[in-house]
Design a protein around this ligand. Structure first.
Ligand code: B1M
Length: 210
């Protein structure tokens, strides 16, 4: 097995220490950091997302895989920045106003990072104006809106309306336990994903990377 395959294996099975040590080994072997992301981290997180979608693994396994990926990124990120390598696509994500749930939103953000998106996470309880300001500032290709409460579902619609009113050229993805494709269609968002694995496929489709 190559070092890159071993990194992918360590991340997919959530072995943080191994992921970090193997990433260091790959760097010592002269593998460019961008190749480590593209050929180890991205496929590892894609396989984790696929298994999650098929109910072969669950939230805890996904969280530890995400943690292992972050260990690897600690070594890679400064080198990627120094080499002027930035992800091709940018996404802004947040949980809408009135809603403090962030576990699912954080998973989606991590999976997007694993798919090599630059992700600006606005956190929870984010008002529409803050989404609009962040889109104006960062010019993302995609904005993700998460809600876990039936009472905060209307806030998703408010953000969509605010973004459309400001005529911002960004794709809007919505998700969270009470959200459905039908709701997405009703409020005029561009895409819906049921879980963090599907959120990667849908993000890539919406930005034209699929
Ligand atoms: Co709250 N809570 N909670 N809660 N909470 C729920 C959601 C609830 C279903 C529990 C219940 O009654 N059975 C219920 C909502 C009922 C409803 O509206 N229909 C509820 C309630 C009522 C409340 C409070 C109002 C309780 C109270 O104070 N009386 C309160 C509200 C606070 C607020 O937000 N203003 C509240 C508070 C909390 C805690 C703070 C204690 C805590 C949140 C901690 C945190 O997030 N940091 C909490 C928790 C943990 C839950 C449950 C138990 C778990 C939610 C979770 O993290 N799931 C939840 C009950 C349950 O689901 N069993 C519950 C795991 C997570 C990985 O899944 O978030 O669905 P999920 O994310 C998935 C997908 O939905 C999707 O991908 C993720 C990964 O697959 N997804 C996206 C999510 N966002 C996406 C965005 C996308 C695409 C996909 O694109 C952008």
């Amino acid at each position: 097995m190559t070092t890159l395959e071993q990194i992918a294996e360590a991340i997919a099975s959530g072995k943080s220490k191994d992921a970090r040590a193997l990433t260091q080994r790959a760097l010592d072997e002269g593998v460019p950091p961008g190749d480590i992301v593209d050929r180890a981290l991205v496929p590892a997180m894609a396989s984790v997302g696929d298994k999650f979608k098929r109910n072969e693994i669950f939230v805890p396994e996904m969280l530890i895989a995400a943690r292992a990926m972050k260990e690897s990124m600690i070594l890679l990120e400064p080198r990627l920045i120094a080499a002027g390598i930035t992800p091709k696509f940018t996404a802004v994500i947040g949980t809408v106003q009135g809603d403090l749930h962030d576990i699912g939103k954080n998973l989606v953000a991590t999976m997007w990072k694993g798919a090599n998106f630059r992700v600006i996470d606005l956190g929870t309880n984010v008002p529409p104006a803050k989404f609009v300001a962040a889109i104006q500032e960062h010019r993302p290709h995609l904005v993700g809106l998460s809600a876990l409460l039936t009472t905060t579902m209307p806030a998703i619609g408010e953000v969509v309306r605010a973004i459309r009113a400001a005529a911002l050229p960004v794709k809007i993805m919505v998700g969270g336990a009470p959200i459905s494709q039908q709701f997405c269609d009703e409020i005029g968002a561009d895409g819906y994903a049921q879980d963090a694995g599907s959120a990667v496929d849908k993000a890539q489709l919406l930005v034209g990377a699929a």
